[in-house]
Design a protein around this ligand. Structure first.
Ligand code: SF4
Length: 333
């Protein structure tokens, strides 16, 4: 690992100011992804602004019926919060489907949103990678791309974004609250937070240098009783999704008032299944309609050489998640 300066920050505004003053600095929260990347020489900050002393971990109800999760709260605390388990079981189960208990105990909510791709070429500094080193090429495009994207990719990068938590946040219409240099705040809808790779795959999200995630806000949840997180992976723990689906159904008897669907493991960002949501609106909650919705969702998929299987797997996982949501189950994996 390269040498770096370690600078603890006492407050959020102090942290923002410290980072803004050094374009080569990074925030350090749980460190579960950043430190690995520094050890592999992928990330090379010359200074870490430590956020460990800042109190931004509170989980609290909002007056609009939603909740706020502190940006520096631990993933374990969010998943086990009675407020989250009761009103947002989809989020709780998605978090628990990710990583391991030890990592969830360290990882923060904001760090989860900012984790980087697990593309193996990104981690291998001997290989070309536009995300790690812009302009060098994409080794995965013609390489081993079984784990990679089927939606929204570009010739510059075919990586997928690895978070489970963010897939649930997408289905739940979260907003990401951010402190900007100077201390002002802005809120970014989750659907606009992560980017597609385009010609700038080095940029994972829309944050500007210095901005700090202070909270994740969720609106009141109308489908707490009918939601599910289905994750398919190569082994049953400590593995990233081949595909995953967060599903929520707002029902009037057996009629679907609205469906809320997002997919992980298929794109550079959590992938909202808008065609399927539109198809299901006002329809009966039947297996046949779930199958037609899944087909609509996967119709625009563009697989790579080694991941054509994700299309059929994606359909089956969407159907399974919708069936579980209908029954009131919340997780299998
Ligand atoms: Fe790098 Fe993206 Fe290509 Fe992987 S898919 S090698 S992260 S440019």
């Amino acid at each position: 690992m390269r040498p770096f300066k370690f600078t603890p920050a006492k407050t959020a505004i102090a942290a923002v100011s410290l980072l803004t003053n050094n374009t080569k600095a990074k925030y350090l929260a749980g460190g579960t992804n950043l430190i690995d990347l520094m050890k592999e020489d992928v990330e090379r900050p010359n200074e870490l602004i430590d956020l460990g002393e800042i109190n931004l971990a509170t989980i609290k109800p909002l007056v609009n019926g939603g909740i706020s999760l502190g940006g520096l709260g631990k993933n374990t605390a969010a998943a086990n919060s009675p407020l989250v388990r009761k009103n947002y079981p989809l989020l709780s189960k998605a978090i628990l489907a990710g990583a391991s208990a030890q990592i969830r105990n360290m990882a923060t909510n904001s760090g989860n949103l900012l984790q980087r791709t697990r593309c193996s070429y990104f981690y291998d500094v001997a290989m070309p990678c536009n995300k790690r080193e812009p302009g060098t090429g994409c080794a995965a495009l013609q390489g081993i791309n079984r784990m990679h994207a089927i939606f929204g990719w570009s010739d510059a990068c075919v990586a997928v974004y690895p978070s489970d938590m963010a897939v649930a946040l997408m289905a739940l219409d979260a907003h990401i609250k951010v402190m900007q240099p100077g201390g002002t705040e802005r809120a970014i809808p989750i659907q606009n937070f992560h980017r597609l790779p385009g010609n700038e795959p080095e940029k994972d999200n829309v944050l500007n240098h210095g901005e700090l995630i202070t909270a994740i806000e969720l609106p009141a949840n109308a489908f707490a009783g009918h939601s599910a997180y289905a994750k398919v992976r190569d082994r049953n723990s400590y593995a990233f999704a081949l595909v995953s689906v967060a599903a929520g159904l707002v029902l009037d008897g057996s009629k679907i008032i609205s469906a809320h669907l997002a997919m992980g493991g298929v794109a550079h960002k959590p992938w909202r299944l808008l065609q399927a949501e539109e198809f299901l609106k006002g329809k009966a909650a039947t297996n046949n309609n779930f199958t037609l919705a899944a087909e609509a969702a996967m119709r625009t998929a563009k697989p790579l050489t080694h991941n054509k299987f994700k299309i059929e797997l994606g359909k089956r996982t969407i159907i399974s998640a919708l069936e579980q949501a209908l029954k009131g189950d919340s997780y299998t994996g």
